[in-house]
Design a protein around this ligand. Structure first.
Ligand SMILES: *[C@@H]1O[C@H](CO)[C@@H](O)[C@H](O)[C@H]1NC(C)=O
Ligand SMILES: *[C@@H]1O[C@H](CO)[C@@H](O)[C@H](O)[C@H]1NC(C)=O
Ligand SMILES: *[C@@H]1O[C@H](CO)[C@@H](O)[C@H](O)[C@H]1NC(C)=O
Length: 171
């Protein structure tokens, strides 16, 4: 992982990441519900995602996250990253997963998620934008121009209760 991250950091500093879509689904609306979740497009390059996730059975101390990157070829195919982490353990030691730590880094800039477990309130994401991603992530993208998706399965802790998909293009 360390060698990989180092490789990532030296690549494609000038590319542009733009969100193209966001989708979410709850499989148990008494447990987790998306009050809203939308992509706003200010102009061609400035787009942001805002959302509110209602957590209805708090406090939550056991959260498992599986995150995988897909690249669009003929349909979306798994690409490069696929990991599962115990969110509460990760929050105690973010160095344990540098890639997740990058993603968590932008999320905390634009949300009220900047704390460790338990989670006992709604999660609000406010204007999560690619402008910020362009500053922070393009430096770690070792892959070609094209369309990508990050699919995240949210488990509490073994049963999948929600799914989020962020779509973006790299040019
Ligand atoms: C897009 O909108 C942002 C925010 O208003 C602005 O800073 C940026 O210059 C705009 N970009 C273009 C290409 O118009
Ligand atoms: C990710 O890895 C898990 C466990 O190995 C596997 O079940 C899952 O199908 C993989 N997902 C993708 C998108 O490759
Ligand atoms: C979280 O908040 C604390 C205190 O406000 C701050 O010191 C820390 O840098 C923040 N962490 C992240 C990842 O934003």
């Amino acid at each position: 992982m360390k060698g990989k991250l180092h490789f990532l950091l030296v690549f494609l500093v000038y590319s542009l990441v733009v969100f193209t879509n966001v989708k979410r689904e709850s499989f148990d609306k008494d447990f987790i519900d998306f009050e809203y979740c939308r992509l706003r497009s200010v102009n061609r390059t400035y787009k942001y995602v805002s959302g509110r996730v209602k957590l209805l059975k708090t406090p939550l101390n056991h959260i498992k996250v599986n995150m995988a990157l897909y690249q669009r070829l003929n349909g979306y195919k798994p690409f490069l990253y696929n990991f599962t982490l115990d969110a509460c353990k990760f929050l105690k030691n973010q160095k344990s997963n540098p890639i997740a730590s990058y993603f968590y880094g932008f999320l905390t800039e634009y949300s009220n998620m900047n704390h460790s477990c338990p989670f006992d309130h709604d999660i609000v994401v406010d204007k999560l934008s690619t402008a910020f991603i362009n500053h922070r992530v393009t430096k770690m993208l070792p892959f070609p121009e094209g369309d990508y998706m990050i699919k995240t399965h949210w488990k509490f802790p073994e049963i999948e209760k929600a799914l989020t998909k962020f779509y973006f293009s790299l040019s």
